[in-house]
Write a protein that binds this ligand. Sequence first.
Ligand SMILES: [Zn+2]
Length: 242
Amino acid sequence: MSTIIIDPGHGGADPGGGTNQYWKEKDLVLQISQYQERRFKELGISVSLTRATDITLTSGQRTNLVKASGAKYCISNHINAGGGEGAETIYSIYGDGKLANGILDAIAAAGQKKRRVFTRTLPSNPSKDYYFMHRETGNVQTVIVEYGFADNANDTQRLLEHWQEYAEAVVKAFCQHIGHPYKAPQKEKTALEKALDVFIQEGITTTPDYWLQNAVPGEVVKGEYAAIMIEKAAARINQLRK
Ligand SMILES: [Zn+2]
């Protein structure tokens, strides 16, 4: 039983309409979903996926997976198309829209343009949801997340550069919604950061920020500062050699 099931839209024979020269919707949403799966696991939230590979799922297979997961929540990840700009979230006509609003606000806070939060009814039957992910997933609270438009140049640029931050925003908003403690992802330290940690521990430098800013390609460090650090490093090595 998982708390949340993530649904990477489309897959296999269905590339998805949110496809352009840079990506296929099915691939980008799988990337987003797998990122979120890893993050939910790190945060101690039980999570599953409707698909972890590039397979075709019928709408029935997809919604059966959602219902069988035992999850209370489902996030269905999509990329939009059709002439618009920004992110949208869609919730069931039977939902309160809180999670959908929380997710869109978080994506906007991460830098994406906010388009709208909405629900939509089936024209032939106004007591039913328009989208099958809402209509056929039983009591699971499903939010469809459209991260941006594949046919909009600004969205395309932002998605290429920041898809991970938008994916993270959904994780953050979900944690807030269920009252689960959230921690931002740990960035892996660079080689220079690791080396400076050693220098701090050994008393060789007390100004790591100076080196982080200046001891990088394209920047310049002051010779006298470098000399002081080299001398201190040598002195410490000599101590250790004794
Ligand atoms: Zn889609």
